[in-house]
Design a protein around this ligand. Structure first.
Ligand SMILES: Cc1cc2nc3c(=O)[nH]c(=O)nc-3n(C[C@H](O)[C@H](O)[C@H](O)COP(=O)(O)OP(=O)(O)OC[C@H]3O[C@@H](n4cnc5c(N)ncnc54)[C@H](O)[C@@H]3O)c2cc1C
Length: 211
């Protein structure tokens, strides 16, 4: 990544991220101002191709960016990495052309924030234990289940959701892109944490969400 871009990142860190860090953590205040500054400066699509609206930088640049942000404010680092790494990547790697246009492009532009909904009360390290189901019914999937510890929940526009469409274990899982305003998605109040409190973490409940 060129020197001017690193300089811009350092400016954002100095002017916005670092000055807000203590307050965001003490008051559990979402680090939205810092995220907006990163979006405005074109950091949300860093390691993705320009033809999709990304910056076309290396993955290493993205990792170094997360490192610098996290040193100044871990909440911003986690929020940013969840969007760029966890939420954008599945759409880029596996999304259909329609999903890339409708979801990924605005995410890379920084117009929409992403979240990644994998963990459940009985499925953390062992994702093969996921119990959320997506059942095919007349051309639509009906999703029911419960997710916990979801970073950016309540702030995100797009949720990459993992649910069971087949048999047991990881082979029976599929990923879906769910919008924050889809009927049947319920979001809890922010979960209380011991740190990184400027990043918002909530539970998600899916009640007959139709996709
Ligand atoms: C702040 C925060 C943000 C998060 N954000 C997200 C998010 O955005 N999206 C999301 O989907 N999830 C998120 N998570 C969840 C996170 O991914 C899980 O906490 C993690 O996968 C571990 O799962 P678990 O908490 O159920 O712990 P467990 O899987 O129950 O593990 C507990 C302990 O047992 C150990 N352990 C587990 N299995 C084994 C084994 N087979 N052998 C030896 N040791 C083992 C683990 O290393 C760990 O120390 C977040 C969590 C936190 C704390």
């Amino acid at each position: 990544m060129e020197a001017a871009f690193w300089q811009r990142l350092d400016e954002i860190i100095t002017k916005t991220v670092r000055p807000m860090a203590a307050r965001c953590d003490e008051e559990s205040l979402f680090c939205g101002e810092s995220v907006q500054a990163l979006a405005d400066a074109g950091f949300m699509g860093l390691p993705y191709p320009p033809e999709l609206g990304g910056r076309g930088s290396s993955y290493e640049s993205y990792v170094r960016c997360v490192e610098r942000l996290s040193k100044a404010c871990p909440s911003v680092g986690v929020t940013y990495a969840t969007h760029v790494g966890l939420a954008c990547h599945p759409l880029h790697a596996f999304g259909s052309p329609m999903q890339k246009e409708s979801f990924l492009r605005p995410m890379l532009r920084g117009d929409k924030l992403g979240a990644f909904a994998l963990t459940e009360p009985e499925a953390g390290s062992d994702v093969g234990g996921i119990a959320t189901t997506a059942e095919l019914d007349g051309g639509f999937y009906i999703i029911n289940g419960h997710k916990i510890f979801i970073t950016n929940a309540g702030r995100a526009d797009i949720y990459i959701l993992f649910a069971r469409t087949g048999g047991q274990g990881t082979e029976g899982l599929s990923a879906f892109a769910v919008c924050s305003n889809d009927a049947g998605l319920l979001i809890s109040a922010p979960q209380r944490k011991m740190g990184i409190r400027g990043a918002q973490t909530c539970e998600l409940f899916f009640r007959n969400l139709c996709i």
